[in-house]
Design a protein around this ligand. Structure first.
Ligand code: FHN
Length: 683
């Protein structure tokens, strides 16, 4: 065999082996975390002393120094006031464990830069307070004693360290530089080395504060470097996606093509559906604040928290539930009560949460479902929130009968009867075992049951100028997919989908699963549209770059810039944040022309903090408006080859700021719109 071919074959084999080995190592490392499903988040630090109140305003939390614009020397007066003499690590851990929590993530350093552990690299830590006890050490020891995984939150953003920039928008700005930020990263690495070597092994390193991306500061490259660094110190450590810059805002998942660490981090929300094969954890507060706020009485109830835990587990995620302890070192009584309420339910039902994976059902109107396989038997755990009035619990699409059904809390495992009507199975459930919050019923199967859910219709394009290739997908093993193209429901006479379809006209594709000529699943639908391209304008006297107009103002949404007076105008290569006077309360309008080389459907994106919009000609293609951390939105438009007007608008209120415009097409891989295709008219 030709040596080159032999080498190529060997290379492919080695690549496959290393990919498999990586996946196995990844699974081994993540296993305890995936099985845990439930953890305690603790936000604690100097900000507990003011307890949310400053100069008469009472809605602050852990962001108090930034939001109340407290100068550093003023904020540091909290150091001698931090003396949580009632802190008892073992008591905290016991309460978390009794609630069914398997890991604890505590803020070792939040954005204010203050550290709850004894450090050599800085005195801005708990040993400089009257308390003089190493909180992280005590909590780490208590976790080890109780068999709870000890994990730490660590903020990349640091409002105290002189080498972290940008400073807060209201502070005196300093000239940033890559070298200066490199020094800060070196400081971070020294801190993390002390954390891992003196308090480890850590379960999770929960990074945060990654969103202030600047040309000199935090970036994807720095994130990957830091991930590799901490993994080199402890290979088994798990790291969230906020180590990099790929997180899509509070939705929390990692944007396609970006580095995402080991798991996604939705915040204060639960995704509508889980993503198969993607690890994620929703972090949420019990009231409205992460850090302690003595005025915040807006507490979620125990039942609500139990159902949230169930909802998250039913989608294959973890729940990181937060407590903000007081300056005295205690959990708020309301938090203790909720831990107790969750614990009472978990004591009887935890097997329906731990080690489970996502529901095989798309949606269940009366509750949720989790599942696991034990010794070859597949167990479905039905979580009944809303009890059926007629005592019949409907499971539509369950094509296999369970060999056994019973209430999880029924020690006698008395069998529940059920009846089948076609693809629907209904369980007869009498109310004697009912739990008012969440009643768990177990269905046992000899193998994973088949659930007929609507097939997935996947199209290369939903908008096209020439053709769209459509495929049909299902996990079902015993059915066939039949489809129509006119929006009508498929029937036993409709064609079977057994190959890719190339559509050259607009269509509404409908598809369903059939077994023996009978439809057994809901109908899936997808509209695909054939469109004409927008004609090019092809203006003359073009020169490279775009025009920018800079404005200042305090907005929560993009303003009508045409009604405002410009502060500054100029030209620059791309849609970047041009030189500006402040880090907050400003906006830009970028105007110019974009050259595309072929007739095609183009997808445009903006990634921005705060709001942005992108127009081609008069068409609003991307709407990413509003107050948010880094968030990506996209839109499509068909363009004829040539030059088209493009306009990008952007505003920043406070905190991190960033704007990036990207595009893609069938022949262009997702990328920032290059300088080389951006122009403006010289006159
Ligand atoms: O800014 C922080 C906030 O203070 C808190 O720590 C949350 C918890 O995930 N994370 C950031 C906001 O996304």
């Amino acid at each position: 065999m030709n040596p080159t071919i032999r080498f190529a074959k060997l290379f492919v084999i080695l690549a496959l082996i290393s990919q498999t080995l990586f996946a196995v190592q990844q699974d081994d490392r993540m296993q305890w975390w995936r099985e845990a499903r439930f953890g305690l988040f603790i936000h604690w630090g100097l900000y507990a002393v003011p307890a949310g109140e400053w100069n008469g305003k009472t809605d602050y939390g852990e962001w108090i120094r930034s939001q109340a614009e407290i100068p550093l020397e003023e904020y540091d007066k909290l150091v001698p006031q931090f003396n949580p003499v009632q802190f008892n690590a073992e008591e905290w851990v016991r309460m978390a464990k009794a609630a069914g929590m398997k890991y604890i993530v505590i803020t070792s350093k939040h954005h204010d830069g203050f550290c709850l552990f004894d450090l050599k690299v800085t005195d801005y830590d708990v040993m400089s307070t009257p308390f003089k006890r190493d909180i992280i050490k005590e909590l780490s020891d208590a976790c080890k004693k109780e068999g709870i995984a000890f994990c730490v939150y660590y903020s990349i953003m640091d409002w105290h360290h002189p080498d972290y920039l940008p400073r807060r928008g209201w502070e005196k700005q300093e000239e940033p530089s890559k070298e200066k930020f490199d020094q800060y990263v070196a400081y971070m690495k020294r801190q993390l080395k002390e954390l891992i070597e003196n308090y480890g092994p850590l379960g999770v390193l929960w990074f945060d504060g990654e969103w202030e991306q600047t040309e000199y500061g935090w970036s994807a490259e720095r994130g990957i470097d830091l991930y590799n660094y901490v993994r080199s110190l402890q290979p088994s450590i798990i790291v969230n996606n906020r180590v990099g810059v790929g997180r899509s805002g509070m939705q929390g998942f990692t944007r396609e093509g970006e580095f995402g660490g080991d798991f996604g981090t939705p915040e204060q929300e639960v995704p509508a559906m889980g993503l198969p094969g993607v690890d994620w954890e929703s972090c949420m507060t019990m009231n409205r604040h992460w850090g302690y706020n003595k005025h915040d009485d807006d507490w979620k109830s125990g039942p609500e928290l139990i159902r949230t835990l169930t909802d998250i587990a039913s989608k294959g995620g973890n729940y990181l539930l937060n407590i903000g302890p007081t300056a005295e070192g205690t959990f708020p009584p309301e938090s203790i009560e909720r831990l107790r309420s969750i614990g009472q339910w978990m004591e009887k039902n935890s097997e329906s949460i731990y080690g489970t994976s996502a529901s095989p059902f798309p949606l269940l109107p009366w509750g949720r479902c989790t599942q696991k396989t034990v010794n070859g038997t597949t167990l479905l755990y039905l979580h009944v929130f809303d009890w059926p009035g007629d005592g019949k619990l409907l499971l539509s699409g369950l094509l296999d009968d369970p060999v056994k059904a019973y209430f999880l809390t029924d020690a006698s495992r008395s069998v529940l009867s059920f009846e089948r009507q076609g693809v629907n199975l209904s369980l007869h459930i009498v109310a004697q075992q009912r739990d008012p919050v969440n009643t768990v019923i177990v269905l046992e199967f000899p193998r994973a049951p088949e659930v007929a859910i609507a097939p997935r219709i996947v199209s290369s394009d939903t908008v096209f100028i020439d053709y769209a290739d459509v495929e049909f997908k299902t996990d079902s093993r015993t059915t066939e997919i039949r489809y129509t193209l006119d929006g009508s429901d498929p029937s036993a006479q409709s064609p079977i989908a057994n190959a890719k379809l190339r559509l050259t006209n607009s269509a509404t594709v409908s598809a369903a699963l059939f077994r023996n000529g009978t439809p057994v699943s809901p109908v899936a639908r997808l509209a695909v549209r054939k469109v004409a391209t927008l004609p090019a304008k092809n203006p003359t006297q073009l020169v490279s770059g775009v025009r920018y107009t800079y404005y200042e103002g305090d907005w929560d949404w993009l303003p009508d810039f045409s009604a405002l007076s410009a502060v500054k105008k100029g030209t620059q290569k791309n849609f970047d944040l041009a030189p500006r006077n402040s880090g907050d309360n400003f906006g830009f309008v970028f105007d110019g022309y974009l050259r595309v080389l072929e007739d095609a459907v183009y997808t445009f994106y903006t990634q921005s903090d705060d709001g942005s919009q992108l127009f081609i000609g008069d068409s609003l293609v991307v709407d990413n408006d509003g107050l948010h951390s880094i968030q990506e939105r996209a839109g499509v438009i068909a363009l004829a080859a040539g030059v088209h007007p493009i306009r990008v608008t952007f505003f920043e209120k406070t905190g991190g700021e960033a704007i990036k415009a990207l595009y893609s097409s069938r022949s262009i891989q997702l990328q920032a719109i290059p300088d080389s295709i951006l122009f403006h008219r010289s006159k």
